[in-house]
Write a protein that binds this ligand. Structure first.
Ligand code: RI2
Length: 351
C-alpha cells in the first residue's frame, strides 16, 4: 500500500490537518473526542473498529466520515483478502453508523461500485488508488469552494460559524466553512470569527477554536444562545456553516442549533451561507424535513466529560441535526460557485 503512504507524507507537508491517514499497514485517526487538550492518534486495523469510531464520533464531520467510509472499504478488503461479499458487509456496517450525513452513504456506495466492477487480480491496490482519488477530490473541492466563498467576505467582517466544519471534519485543508474562512484570512483580509460552542459535543469550543488558533485567525468563543443578541448589536456580518446534507430544494440539514442562528440572521438581515460540495447534495431528497435525523443518546446531553450536569432521572433529548429551510439561506457555497435562489434550479448546475 504505497500510494496512500506517499500521499499521506505529501499531505502532511502541505500544512493540512489530516483527520485520517494510512501508515505502516494501519489506518490512523485523530481522536476528536480528546481534542483540544490531547492530540491523540487512534490506530486501527479493522472495519468494525472504524465503524465504532464513526458511531461514537471519535472521527466526525460529514466530509471526514465520507472519507472514513472509503478507508473502511479498504480495511474490509484487507481483512477479507478481497472477498467481495465480505467487503459489501463492511460497507453495510459503515453505512449503519450515522444516518444523516450523506457523504458517508454516497462514498461507501461509490467504493462498492468500484469493487464489484473490478476484474483485475490486485483488488487491494485498486481500492487503495480509489481511496486516494476520493481524498484528492475532496481536497480539491475544499480549496475551490474556499476560493468562491472568500469572495463573499469583506475586510473587517466578523463571521459566525457553528459546530466545526473544518479540516478535521473534511479532508484536511479546511473542510467546508473553515475553508472559506481560512482562504479569506490567507488572502490578507482582517477577519474575526465567532465560534458557537455547539452543545452537547462542543465541536465549536473544542475543535473550531483549535483549528483557528493553529492558523492564527482571531476568534471569540460564544455559547449557542448568544448569536441573536450579537446580531442585534451588529457584531456579526456573515454566517458560514457546514452541511451534512442538502436537499434538492436547498433545505439544509446541519448540526442542531443551525436553524436558530438562521432565524436570527433573517430577522437581523445578516447573510447566511452554507458551505458544501456537490457530494453533499442529495437530489433524491426533495424536502429536508423528509430526511432521517439522527437522535443520539441522552447521556451525551446530561453529562460533560463523564460528569453529570443534571440530576439522575432528568430526561434529555438529543436530535443531532436540524433542518434550516431554504428560504433562510442566502447562498450555498460549492466547488462550482455560489448557488442562489431558486435552489431547485441552481443546484442542478452542481450535479
Ligand atoms: P462538514 C457535523 O456533524 C456538523 O453538522 C458540521 O456542521 C458538519 O458535521 C461538519 O462537516 P457531526 O459529525 O459540513 O459533528 O464540514 O455530528 O463536512
Amino acid at each position: 500500500m504505497t500510494i496512500l503512504k506517499d500521499l499521506s507524507i505529501k499531505w502532511k507537508e502541505e500544512n493540512l490537518i489530516l483527520p485520517i491517514w494510512y501508515e505502516d499497514g494501519r489506518v490512523n485517526i485523530i481522536d476528536q473526542i480528546k481534542l483540544p487538550f490531547n492530540e491523540e492518534v487512534y490506530s486501527l486495523d479493522s472495519v468494525s473498529q472504524l465503524a465504532r469510531a464513526i458511531k461514537d464520533m471519535t472521527i466526525r464531520g460529514s466530509g471526514a466520515i465520507g472519507i472514513a467510509g472509503a478507508y473502511g472499504i479498504l480495511l474490509s478488503a484487507v481483512e477479507s483478502n478481497g472477498d467481495i461479499e465480505r467487503i459489501k458487509e463492511g460497507g453495510l456496517l459503515l453505512k449503519s453508523t450515522r444516518p444523516t450525513a450523506v457523504n458517508l452513504m454516497k462514498t461507501v456506495d461509490e467504493m462498492i461500485q468500484y469493487v464489484v466492477s473490478y476484474s483485475g487480480d490486485d483488488i487491494i491496490s485498486y481500492i487503495e488508488h480509489m481511496v486516494a482519488e476520493v481524498v484528492t477530490r475532496q481536497l480539491d473541492y475544499e480549496k475551490k469552494l474556499g476560493e468562491y466563498g472568500a469572495k463573499l467576505i469583506q475586510d473587517g467582517d466578523t463571521i459566525l460559524t457553528h459546530c466545526h466544519s473544518g479540516a478535521l471534519a473534511g479532508a484536511g485543508f479546511g473542510g467546508r466553512a473553515l475553508s472559506v474562512i481560512r482562504t479569506a484570512h490567507e488572502s490578507g483580509m482582517k477577519i474575526h470569527v465567532f465560534t458557537s460552542e455547539t452543545r452537547p459535543y462542543l465541536q465549536g469550543a473544542r475543535i473550531t477554536a483549535y483549528e483557528l488558533m493553529k492558523w492564527g485567525i482571531p476568534h471569540t468563543l460564544i455559547t449557542d444562545g448568544m448569536s441573536g443578541y450579537l446580531m442585534r448589536l451588529k457584531k456579526i456580518q456573515k454566517i458560514v456553516v457546514g452541511s451534512d446534507r442538502i436537499a434538492a430544494n436547498g433545505d439544509l440539514l446541519n448540526k442542531i442549533g443551525t436553524y436558530m442562528h438562521a432565524l436570527a440572521a433573517k430577522e437581523n438581515d445578516v447573510p447566511f451561507y452554507t458551505a458544501t460540495s456537490s457530494h453533499t447534495i442529495d437530489y433524491n431528497l426533495s424536502n429536508g424535513m423528509d430526511a432521517k435525523v439522527e437522535f443520539r443518546n441522552e447521556e451525551e446531553v446530561t453529562t460533560i466529560n463523564g460528569q453529570r450536569i443534571a440530576l439522575e432521572g432528568t430526561r434529555a433529548l438529543y436530535p443531532s441535526f436540524d433542518v434550516t429551510p431554504n428560504e433562510l439561506i442566502t447562498g450555498i457555497i460549492t466547488e462550482k460557485g455560489v448557488m442562489t435562489k431558486p435552489f431547485t434550479d441552481s443546484l442542478l448546475k452542481v450535479k
